[in-house]
Each structure stands twice: as C-alpha cells, then as structure tokens.
Design a binder for this molecule. Structure first.
Ligand SMILES: [Mg+2]
Length: 266
C-alpha cells in the first residue's frame, strides 16, 4: 500500500483537487470521526463547534453531505440533530440510506429473521457479563465489549468470535471493541457512496463529483477502496496508518473539524 500522507502537509494538492471539482460529495463517518468516542460509541456526540461547521457545509451549494454510520439510521438522525433537508444519512453500514426525499433501505425478511435469531442466541450466554452490550439494528447487530473490564476484554472478544463463527452466511466485521454481524450481501459504505453519487448524476456521476470521504473504522475502508485519483480519502488515526486504502490521514476529531473549515473556505 502507498504511504498515507498527513493532509496538512499536502494542502496545495487538496486545494487544487477541490477547486477543479464541479461538485463535491463529502461523506463522513460519525463516531470517532465527527464525534469523539469518550466512553462508548453510543454516547459519542458532535461538539457544538463541529455541528456549526457541518451546518455551514450543508449550505455550501457546491457540496453534498452524507453522514455515514454503523448506527441505525433513526438513532443516527437523533444523535446528529441537524435540521436541514439537504443531507444524506447512511445507517447500518450502508443497509439504510435516506436523503433528499429518497429512501434506499435494504430489507429482506428472511435475512432480518436470521440476524435476529443469532442476536438472541449470542445474547443468552453473554448478557450477564458486566459491560457486554448488544445493539440490535434490524439487518445488522453489534456486540460491544468496550465497557468490559480491561483485563477480561480479550477473553470476551475471543468467546464472542468463537460463538459467532458457528454461523454460516453472515459476515463478521470487527470494529473498535465490537463485532458487527451482517448479511453476506454486497452492501457496504462504498456501495452507499456509489448509490448517493448515482442519485445526483446517474451512472456518470464520477465525471461531475469529487468524493471526499473521512472515516476511522475498518468499515470505512470499503469507501476508500472505491475512490479514484481525483478523490480524497482520509482516515482518522492518531499516528501515520500503515494499513489503509485512504491516501491521507488526520490525527483527531479536532483536526477533522479544522479540515472541514478549510474545505468550506476553498
Ligand atoms: Mg467511526
């Protein structure tokens, strides 16, 4: 993989890319990207300053905004609370997409039933472990162990993984102190970006749109993977990341805020 570049050392190139674009699709993960994860993912919220920046970006006629998350879309909207119509919300890692009066939610009853059953099976033996938490989101479910006593986290992680591996036809994605299970179908944050691009310019959206995508999770790699040379993929990571499809990195949520301000001024 090519070396991942610190974005503030490459502002000339970024500015050139933004200036030469007709439209920008700015896709941003929520937890750990727009909002700091202090104790748990569910408690992460944007600061007022960050909200103001996102709000002013929404008003920029050159920019379309998508907030992308593993959360359920209803929960994501509750948390983001930006009273603006022109914004796309992507929930459940791409299984739910809503915006500009459109709804692209994936629903398959048999899959929903299956994920629900697995969630129940896993919940039983783990629910009494202090700090274990299950987040049922319809076609995906997350098992969190961030709040488990640090000394027990490895054990709990391995046990959850062992229990999950018994099931076929599901995909297990490891996140930060959590496992997410989802149907083994071709839906992810990259596909979501493609659906949103298509919403604006059908199949030749790439000609018109430059994508800026910012995220800090494994699941964001699916979005980085679909980016082209003219696009700007940014991973949020404290130190220079070694294993990412993103071309650039930012070190913190605060730096994301600073960068977004710059984007709005270019
Ligand atoms: Mg994240």
């Amino acid at each position: 993989m090519a070396e991942c570049l610190y974005i503030f050392d490459n502002l000339e190139e970024i500015s050139r890319k933004i200036k030469s674009s007709e439209k920008i699709l700015l896709g941003m993960d929520h937890d750990g990207t727009l909002a700091e994860i202090i104790t748990t993912m569910q408690e992460a919220r944007m600061t007022e300053q960050m909200k103001n920046v996102v709000h002013s970006l929404c008003k920029n006629p050159k920019i379309h905004i998508a907030i992308v998350s593993g959360r359920k879309i209803s929960n994501l909207k509750d948390v983001v609370k930006i009273e603006i119509k022109n914004i796309f919300y992507v929930g459940n890692h791409g299984f739910e997409i809503e915006g500009y009066g459109k709804d692209y939610t994936f629903e398959d009853k048999s899959i929903l039933k299956k994920i629900k059953k697995i969630a129940q099976d896993i919940e039983k033996p783990f629910k009494d472990i202090d700090g274990f938490d299950i987040e049922k989101k319809g076609c995906t479910t997350s098992f969190h162990f961030r709040k488990v006593k640090p000394g027990d986290q490895d054990f709990v992680r391995n046990e959850i993984l062992r229990a999950l591996k018994k099931y076929k036809d599901i995909r297990i994605v490891e996140g930060k102190k959590l496992f997410n299970i989802r149907p083994d179908v071709n839906i992810n944050k990259g596909i979501a970006v493609n659906i949103i691009g298509n919403h604006f310019y059908k199949n030749d959206w790439r000609k018109h749109i430059t994508v800026i995508y910012i995220g800090d999770d494994n699941s964001d790699e699916d979005a980085f993977k679909i980016l082209e040379d003219k696009d700007i993929g940014i991973v949020v990571n404290k130190s220079p990341p070694e294993d990412t499809n993103a071309k650039y990195y930012l070190k913190s949520v605060k730096e994301v805020e600073d960068f977004l301000k710059l984007v709005n001024e270019i």
